[in-house]
Ligand binder design. Structure first.
Ligand SMILES: Cc1cc2nc3c(=O)[nH]c(=O)nc-3n(C[C@H](O)[C@H](O)[C@H](O)COP(=O)(O)OP(=O)(O)OC[C@H]3O[C@@H](n4cnc5c(N)ncnc54)[C@H](O)[C@@H]3O)c2cc1C
Length: 320
């Protein structure tokens, strides 16, 4: 720590927490990020299967904010991100059709690599589940200049001392929906030509992406996301949903072969359905900040903007 200056503790090393800490670090404010997982990235999650990464969380990201575009140019220059496609297909009761849209970006090494890159020079402590934030503010008894909760609202509600009444009310107002992600590894690529497919009006599936195409290695791997309703019924035993998920993908795409390997990942808090309030972040007089994709459309870009803006606001408040 710098002299006697208390530091800001940022809880959560997803892109919002990392973007917030980046701005504080840049402004010379002491900061530490604490992450409960073994790695950074949060919902920009990638996991390796036989040495090959597959994206388990966010499927891609889009760019419309000029400041975020600058970050993306940095990723691109480092060889970490590339334009993927502006054309998906959509399946519905009416059949299959092509749908043009914004350019979607992908990461050859997995989306997690992008957060890792941004966090490279930051003090991040992993394997550190934070359990308690009290008035002061204190994090687990340590006095802080401010505390940022860059985590989904229902998880933030578990940490906050109810005496922090305004922040508690803000997180309790959020509503979130779950999703399951299934990584399906096939013997060969036997699907029709598509990059990503929105699946409308389906009881089980919401999105299927060709992970080999998105990654650029053309591996025979699909990643499917389920509807919130299906996920809600399988949160206790997500692996038990693997067979139904695989069958639904094979039926949708008319695949003759069975997957050789199915991995199901549970996102209990995948998507905010009731947002966190007006503005791009929350910051109160108790020194509690909230950031993340609940402050706008639930997207990577929103989470980055939220963390970035909160970091700037805190830096302005705390700069000596
Ligand atoms: C299945 C799925 C598909 C998606 N698809 C897309 C998409 O196609 N395009 C798009 O733009 N966005 C997509 N998103 C949304 C995108 O992933 C998020 O908007 C973004 O990653 C959120 O970042 P964040 O930093 O706000 O939160 P998170 O990434 O959730 O980060 C929060 C971090 O806090 C940590 N944490 C939680 N509690 C604690 C605690 N008590 N102590 C310490 N650490 C804690 C968590 O482990 C996590 O690392 C998708 C998300 C999911 C789940």
């Amino acid at each position: 720590m710098d002299g006697d200056q208390k530091r800001v503790v940022v809880i959560g090393a997803g892109i919002a927490g990392v973007a917030c800490a980046t701005e504080l670090h840049r402004a010379g404010i002491p900061v530490q990020v604490r992450e409960r997982g073994r790695v950074t990235g949060g919902r920009m999650a990638s996991r390796r299967f036989d040495g090959r990464p597959a994206d388990l969380g966010a499927a891609y990201f889009t760019v419309s904010d000029p400041d975020f575009a600058e970050v993306v140019r940095g990723w691109e220059a480092a060889g970490l991100a590339r334009e993927w496609t502006d054309t998906f297909v959509a399946y519905s009761a009416q059949g299959r059709r092509e749908v043009p849209g914004p350019m979607r970006w992908a990461a050859p090494r997995g989306l997690r690599s992008l957060v890792e890159y941004l966090a490279a020079d930051l003090p991040v402590v992993v394997d550190r589940l934070v359990l308690d934030v009290e008035r002061g503010p204190y994090v687990e008894g340590e006095p802080c200049a401010a505390v940022v909760l860059a985590i989904p609202g229902p998880q933030a509600a578990l940490l906050l001392d109810p005496a922090l009444a305004t922040a508690t009310a803000a997180v309790e107002a959020q509503r979130w929906a779950p999703t399951l992600s299934g990584v399906l590894r096939f013997p060969t690529r036997s699907w029709p030509d598509f990059r990503g497919a929105f699946v409308n009006d389906h009881p089980l599936l919401s999105l299927v992406c060709d992970d080999g195409d998105r990654r650029g290695d053309h591996a025979p791997v699909l990643v499917a996301h389920t509807t919130p309703g299906f996920a809600a019924g399988h949160l206790a035993q997500p692996t038990g949903a693997g067979a139904a998920l695989e069958q639904a993908v094979r039926d949708l795409l008319g695949l003759p072969e069975r997957a050789e390997h199915v991995h199901v990942h549970r996102w209990t808090y995948a998507t905010p359905t009731v947002p966190g309030g007006a503005g791009t972040y929350y910051l109160d007089d108790d020194g509690i900040g909230l950031a993340g994709d609940a402050f706008g459309k639930p997207r990577v870009q929103t989470a980055w903007r939220s963390g970035h803006d909160l970091g700037r606001a805190l830096a302005d408040r705390l700069r000596p």
